[in-house]
Design a protein around this ligand. Structure first.
Ligand code: SF4
Ligand code: SF4
Length: 91
């Protein structure tokens, strides 16, 4: 019985992870480092975000919509700036 309930829990969390329902954190842009805020076109993070959580303001400036951000880290790992100008901050 105990074994079964452990398995159920494991499957439950596996399913959540598959669905992306566990939010690990939220992304934030450091506007002092992001190329767009220095008037250089980039938007790589915008193109990499699969959750449509990065909006482009005034045709140039990326901004994170925190209500949609899942904390996946794709923006952070693909940012052209090293270290990244966009980072996921965990809760
Ligand atoms: S952490 Fe993921 S969901 Fe959030 S803005 Fe970056 S790419 Fe999009
Ligand atoms: S990838 Fe990095 S530098 Fe480019 S727009 Fe996004 S945060 Fe700015």
């Amino acid at each position: 019985m105990l074994k079964d309930s452990k398995l159920d829990r494991r499957n439950f969390f596996k399913e959540l992870l598959k669905k992306g329902d566990i939010i690990k954190g939220k992304a934030e842009i450091n506007t002092d480092r992001c190329l767009c805020y220095q008037k250089t076109f980039c938007q790589l993070c915008y193109n990499r975000c699969r959750n449509n959580a990065i909006k482009i303001i005034e045709g140039l400036y990326p901004k994170v919509d925190k209500s949609k951000c899942q904390g996946c880290g794709q923006c952070e790992s693909n940012c052209v700036k090293k270290p990244s100008a966009i980072k996921v901050y965990t809760f």
